[in-house]
Ligand binder design. Structure first.
Ligand code: BV8
Ligand code: ZN
Length: 251
C-alpha cells in the first residue's frame, strides 16, 4: 500500500520540505486556477488577470479581483492538510513549507517556516514607490461576487497600491526563492501537494530535489506534471490523506 510506504518515508526523513499549490486550499473552499472561477470572474482567465499588463490596463478590475479573493480567504478555514503540515513542523522544527499560494492558511494552521514564492494577498505595496502598506479591514466584496474597485493611494507618494503578489512575467522574491532552492538541495523528502506543476520556476523545485537525492512524493487527486519525476504518487485529496500520513509517520 503506497500510503504506508509514504508514512515510512516521512517517519525516516531528517529534513522534510513541502511544495504546495492551490490544491492544498481547495478543501478550504478556495478555487484553484484550473477550476473555473465562480461569480463575476468566471468569464476571466486568471492568467490574464495576474499580469502587470492587466493592472496597467485596468487597475480597478485587477484590484477588485484580488479584494474578492482576499474576502474569500478571510472567510475560509485551514483544512486538514494545512494542519497536518503544521503538526509535522511542530514535531520537526526544520520542516519547510514552500507555497505558491497567496493565501495565509498555512500560517493560520500554525506553520511558521512558510516561504511564499508568489507573494501574498496581505502585503499590498505602492506600484510607484514600492512602499509597503497594510490592510485595516477585510472587504465584504465577496457578497457582490467581485466588482471593480479603485486601488487605494500610497500614503507617501499618492501612487496607486498594487497587490503584493508575483504576476506572470515578474521575478520571484529573491530571498524566498534562494531559501526554497537551498531547501530543495538539503531536504531528503519533498512532499508536492496540490500543484499541477505548470508554473516556473516553482515547478523546477521537485527536479532540483530529486537530483540532490531526495525522495519526491506527489499528493494530488489528478495527474500532474511532476508525476513523472516523482518517487511516489498518491492519488488523493490532501485534506483527507495528509493527516493520516503524518500522524502515522509521527506515531
Ligand atoms: C518569471 C500569484 C521571469 C498571483 C502566480 C513559457 C514556458 C515556460 C515558462 C514560461 C513561459 N512563458 C512564461 C513563463 C514563465 C511563467 C510561467 O511559468 N508560465 C506558465 C503559465 C507557462 N512564470 C512566470 O512568469 C514567473 N516569473 O518567470 O519571471 C523573470 C526573471 C527575472 C526578471 C523578470 C522576469 C512568475 C510566476 C508566478 C505567477 N503568479 N500566482 C495570483 O495568485 O494571482 S502563479 C499561480 O498559478 C499560482 O501561484 C500557482 O503557481 C499557479 C497555479 O498553479 P497551482 O497552484 O498548481 O494550481 P492549479 O490550479 O494549476 O493546480 C491545482 C492542483 O491541485 C491540480 O493538480 C489539482 O488536481 C490539485 N487539487 C485539486 N484539489 C485538490 C488537489 N490536490 C490535493 N487535494 C485536493 N483536494
Ligand atoms: Zn508610493
Amino acid at each position: 500500500m503506497v500510503a504506508n510506504d509514504i508514512s515510512d518515508l516521512i517517519h525516516r526523513s531528517e529534513q522534510t520540505m513541502a511544495l504546495t499549490g492551490a490544491g492544498v486550499s481547495a478543501e478550504s473552499g478556495l478555487a484553484t486556477f484550473r477550476d473555473t472561477l465562480t461569480g463575476l470572474w468566471e468569464r476571466f482567465d486568471a492568467a490574464q488577470l495576474a499580469t502587470p499588463e492587466a493592472f496597467e490596463r485596468d487597475p480597478a478590475l485587477v484590484w477588485g479581483w484580488y479584494e474578492w479573493r482576499r474576502a474569500k480567504v478571510a472567510t475560509a478555514k485551514p483544512n486538514g492538510a494545512h494542519f497536518a503540515l503544521a503538526q509535522l513542523e511542530a514535531a520537526r522544527p526544520q520542516t519547510v513549507v514552500v507555497t505558491q499560494n497567496v493565501d495565509d492558511l498555512h500560517e493560520r494552521a500554525g506553520s511558521r517556516n512558510v516561504l511564499h514564492l508568489h507573494g501574498s494577498l496581505f502585503t499590498p505595496r505602492c506600484a510607484r514607490c514600492g512602499r509597503p502598506h497594510r490592510f485595516d479591514a477585510t472587504p465584504t466584496v465577496e457578497t457582490e461576487g467581485g466588482r471593480r474597485i479603485e486601488p487605494p493611494r500610497c500614503s507617501a507618494c499618492g501612487g496607486q497600491l498594487r497587490p503584493g503578489v508575483v504576476w506572470f512575467g515578474e521575478p520571484l522574491p529573491s530571498a524566498a526563492w534562494q531559501k526554497a532552492e537551498a531547501a530543495a538541495t538539503t531536504s531528503d523528502l519533498l512532499l508536492v501537494v496540490g500543484t499541477s506543476g505548470l508554473v516556473q520556476p516553482a515547478a523546477s523545485l521537485p527536479l532540483i530535489a530529486r537530483r540532490a537525492g531526495a525522495s519526491v512524493v506527489v499528493i494530488d487527486p489528478h495527474p500532474t506534471a511532476i508525476d513523472e519525476i516523482s518517487t511516489r504518487c498518491l492519488r488523493g485529496k490532501a485534506g483527507e490523506v495528509l493527516p493520516h500520513l503524518i500522524s502515522a509517520a509521527l506515531s
